[in-house]
Design a protein. Structure first.
Length: 122
């Protein structure tokens, strides 16, 4: 019944778990040094004064993406068992967790909205 939505959530889980790998444009320091992923942050020279800030930012992105994905796994399980209410709660949490990075990540709001739209049509 929710097979297409399950696939959408699973795709979003994969995306969310890779936020820090794929990254997005972000800058650090007064010279606006672009550091667009955790790998780039860790590759910065040790003497770059904003290196630790960049590394910490991208590690937080990784943690946040994984937390949202972990909640989404519960949504998949709920959808597979036909429990739309539990799935909605889990996806609500995903988009809430994503909020600090939603401008860049944009992963969970569309998935949550898709579920709400689908449930409204039932």
């Amino acid at each position: 019944m929710f097979d297409d939505l399950i696939q959408e959530v699973q795709d979003a889980i994969e995306c969310s778990r890779n936020w820090a790998v794929k990254g997005w444009p972000v800058t650090f320091g007064p010279r606006n040094t672009a550091v667009s992923s955790l790998k780039e942050a860790e590759a910065l020279p040790r003497n770059f004064i904003f290196r630790q800030e960049a590394v910490n930012y991208w590690k937080q992105v990784r943690l946040t993406g994984n937390d949202a994905a972990d909640s989404a796994v519960k949504a998949v399980q709920a959808l597979q068992s036909g429990n739309a209410g539990a799935a909605e709660n889990a996806l609500y949490l995903c988009q809430y967790i994503e909020k600090p990075f939603a401008e860049y990540a944009g992963t969970w709001n569309p998935v949550y909205d898709a579920l709400k739209t689908r449930l409204a049509g039932l």
